[in-house]
Write a protein that binds this ligand. Structure first.
Ligand code: DC
Length: 232
C-alpha cells in the first residue's frame, strides 16, 4: 500500500532546472494540496552528512542519517517555504549549487533511496499531494493518477539558473553552469538505482520556450480534464 486510498497524488518529475519546483508549488496551492520537494530531502542529507563529517561514500552511515535526520518543512503565514535541519533554518543553504551536487552524489545509493522512500510516502495526506522529483511517478507513487514529466534543454535550464544566481549577486559563469547541468543530468539519468526517466503514461511537457504562466496553464488545464477542481 503506497498511500491512503482517498489521497490523490500528482507526480511532477524531470531534470534540474526544468521548472518543477515553481510549477509544483503553484499547482499545489491551486488545488489546496500538500507539496513534497523530494530533492530537498536529498539536499538535506548532503548537508547533514557534511555537518556530521560523514563521507559521501560511506553508504551505511548515509542511510542511517537518511532514516533519522531531523528535518522539518514549514510554510510561514506569508506563504514562504522554510526548511529546518536539526532545528536550524537552512532554506538558502539547501538551494546552493554545492548542495545540489552533494545531493546528486548521495542520491545514487539504493540504501539511501530506500531509507528516504517511507519518509516521502508519508507526505501523501488528504486532500492530496503534488510530489516533485526524479522518481515520483516511477518508484515512490507509481499509482498516481496524473504523472507529468517536465523537461527543457540543458542550455535553457543553465540560463535560468544563471539569471537566478546573478539576481542574488553571485558570481557565476554560464558555460560552467551548462557543464554542471549536463554532468548532473548524466549522473541522475545513468545511475542504477531509480534513474531519472519519464514514468509510463507520463505527460511530457518541454518548457524550453514556455513561460511559467504558460506551463502552469498547460498543467492546470490537464488537471481540469482529469477531473481535478482548481481554484485561484
Ligand atoms: O530537484 P533537486 O535539484 O533539488 O534535486 C537534487 C538532487 O537530488 C538531484 O540531482 C538528484 C537527487 N534527487 C533524486 O535522486 N531523486 C529525487 N526524487 C529528487 C532529487
Amino acid at each position: 500500500m503506497h498511500k491512503p486510498k482517498d489521497v490523490a497524488v500528482i507526480t511532477i518529475d524531470g531534470p534540474s532546472g526544468a521548472g518543477k519546483g515553481t510549477i509544483s508549488r503553484i499547482v499545489a496551492k491551486k488545488l489546496g494540496f500538500h507539496y513534497l520537494d523530494s530533492g530537498a530531502l536529498y539536499r538535506l542529507l548532503g548537508l547533514c552528512s557534511q555537518r556530521h563529517h560523514v563521507s559521501v561514500t560511506n553508504v551505511k552511515s548515509l542511510a542511517a542519517l537518511a532514516e533519522h535526520m531531523d528535518v522539518e518543512f514549514k510554510t510561514t503565514k506569508s506563504g514562504e517555504f522554510t526548511i529546518l535541519l536539526e532545528g536550524e533554518d537552512v532554506t538558502r543553504e539547501v538551494r546552493t549549487e554545492e548542495t545540489g551536487a552533494l545531493a546528486s552524489q548521495v542520491a545514487q545509493y539504493p540504501e539511501v533511496r530506500e531509507a528516504l522512500l517511507k519518509r516521502q510516502r508519508l507526505f501523501a495526506r488528504a486532500p492530496g499531494l503534488v510530489a516533485d522529483g526524479r522518481d515520483m511517478g516511477t518508484v515512490i507513487f507509481p499509482d498516481a493518477p496524473v504523472k507529468i514529466y517536465l523537461t527543457a534543454s540543458a542550455e535553457e535550464r543553465a540560463s535560468r539558473r544563471y539569471k537566478e544566481l546573478i539576481a542574488k549577486g553571485e558570481n557565476v559563469s554560464l558555460p560552467a553552469l551548462v557543464e554542471q547541468v549536463r554532468s548532473r543530468d548524466e549522473r541522475d539519468m545513468t545511475r542504477e538505482s531509480s534513474p531519472l526517466r519519464p514514468a509510463a503514461g507520463a505527460i511530457n511537457i518541454d518548457t524550453s520556450s514556455l513561460s511559467i504562466q504558460e506551463v502552469t496553464d498547460t498543467v492546470l488545464n490537464l488537471l481540469t480534464v482529469k477531473g481535478f477542481s482548481t481554484h485561484s
